[in-house]
Design a protein around this ligand. Structure first.
Ligand code: BJ8
Length: 428
């Protein structure tokens, strides 16, 4: 799905990709995207940028990454929102979220990982084994983290296929955990200095912090407009914006998202929406949704509901918190970065009351009628924490639908029926 005038095949070949396997993958994405996105009614005009980005997902952006490397920069792959983009950028790196949102090469994956591994981990491994993700093939280093057991152990095997560095993320948020995490940032700095041949400076870290904050501020602005009734942008489009935030050029993305946010503010002022004001409003919370995983949003919105917010890593967990910008030393900035990141509420932490608070707060801010708890099968942290979310929602008189699924389309019929019934209940 690349620009027909540019032949990216030599670049992909040079990256060591399996072109025969890559062709059908690349051919499938436009259809998937068209089905989910292009037939939506009255989309904000600014979403044309994302149509373009998606059409060049393995093309132009990869070319930009190669140009960056040719100019002496690095590309750093990540799978988690705890890996600090500010530090990567300050050391001349471009941070890219790696492909982990579709089933690929599961036959090979299941020789390495138990079948009962979550789809995200299996997918990441499949894209690497199948050599079809140009992002991971472009990465000078993949930075992993000790979050759930599945990811943590899979990095050991992933490390046999690509250069991997793992950060130790504590699982509690006590002062001693912050201290450990702060030390991990120093160790990440040392590792990135080693591979980039650069030294971290205050000016570079300050600039990178500001740029990444600006990106998150733009997403905050876009998402603030989703508090309005009628909803000025579909949940699917808003989800796509966060998914793309993980790998797009930061200043360009910020500019484009601010333009969309301005358009949405105008729509809100005019009372113009993408669905009737009576459409049931759903908040989605749970495991992350990587491109092209739009399954649940698609089902909700095709059934007449609207998704008004995501308490996800591809949602509020990614953009809500900012790094303080007033530090005057590298050490001070690193302290602030450590604090901001440890403040994210992933279900890998125990206890994790902050996530429950976030879910209820977002539901209120966005006038949600109900909560859809989405967990990937075999994702124990989110599947187990669903019970706490359900209990808190019950107290707040918010209905909850629990959905445990994977990346296959086998359960779409059954899921669609459950979602329709849920929306019908919310409408009454
Ligand atoms: S901060 S959610 S990106 S760890 S879905 S691999 S948790 S078994 S992805 Fe995640 Fe970071 Fe947390 Fe976010 Fe494990 Fe669950 Fe799989 Fe998951």
């Amino acid at each position: 799905m690349s620009d027909a005038t540019v032949d990216y095949r030599p670049m992909w070949r040079e990256l060591g990709m399996d072109l025969e396997a890559h062709d059908p993958l690349l051919a499938a994405i436009p259809q998937l995207y068209a089905d989910a996105y292009l037939n939506q009614k009255d989309r904000p005009e600014g979403m044309a940028y994302f149509d373009f980005v998606m059409s060049e997902i393995h093309g132009l952006r990869i070319k930009e990454l190669q140009d960056h490397r040719a100019a002496g920069g690095t590309v750093i792959g990540t799978f988690c929102v705890y890996v600090p983009e500010e530090i990567i950028r300050a050391l001349g790196g471009l941070s890219v979220g790696l492909c982990a949102g579709a089933e690929w090469a599961y036959d090979q994956v299941e020789h390495l990982l138990p079948r009962t591994t979550c789809a995200l981990v299996k997918s990441a491994m499949g894209f690497k084994l199948g050599r079809v993700c140009p992002y991971v093939e472009s990465a000078d280093l993949v930075v992993g983290e000790t979050t759930c057991d599945g990811k943590k152990k899979a990095y050991e095997l992933f490390g046999e296929l690509a250069p991997v560095y793992v950060m130790e993320l504590p699982q509690m948020k006590r002062p001693q955990d912050l201290e450990l995490w702060r030390g991990e940032l120093d160790r990440l700095v040392a590792k990135l200095e080693e591979i980039s041949g650069r030294t971290l400076t205050f000016e570079a870290l300050q600039r990178a912090t500001k740029e990444v904050n600006d990106k998150r501020r733009a997403l905050q602005r876009l998402n603030a407009a989703r508090a309005a009734t009628p909803l000025p942008i579909s949940g699917k489009d808003a989800l796509l914006a966060v998914q793309v935030a993980f790998y797009d050029d930061v200043p360009r993305f910020t500019q484009m998202v601010n333009a969309i946010a301005a358009e949405l503010e105008q729509r809100v002022a005019e009372g113009r929406g993408v669905a009737p004001a009576s459409a049931p409003r759903v908040l989605v919370t749970g495991s992350p949704m990587s491109i092209p995983n739009w399954k649940v949003h698609d089902l909700v919105e095709k059934a007449g509901g609207v998704v008004v917010a995501e308490e996800l890593c591809t949602g509020s967990r990614y953009y809500e918190k900012l790094v303080a910008e007033d530090a005057t030393t590298v050490e001070g900035l690193l302290d602030d970065i450590a604090e901001k990141y440890l403040d994210i509420n992933c279900a890998c932490f125990t206890p994790n009351p902050g996530r429950i608070d976030d879910v209820l707060r977002l539901a209120e801010e966005h006038a949600a009628d109900g909560i859809l708890h989405y967990a990937l099968q075999f994702c124990a942290p989110y599947q187990i924490e669903a019970t706490s979310v359900e209990r808190a929602a019950e107290k707040a008189r918010l209905p909850v639908l629990r959905v445990d699924t994977d990346y296959s389309m086998e359960d779409v019929g059954q899921l669609g029926t459950r979602i329709e019934a849920f929306l019908e209940m919310l409408a009454h």
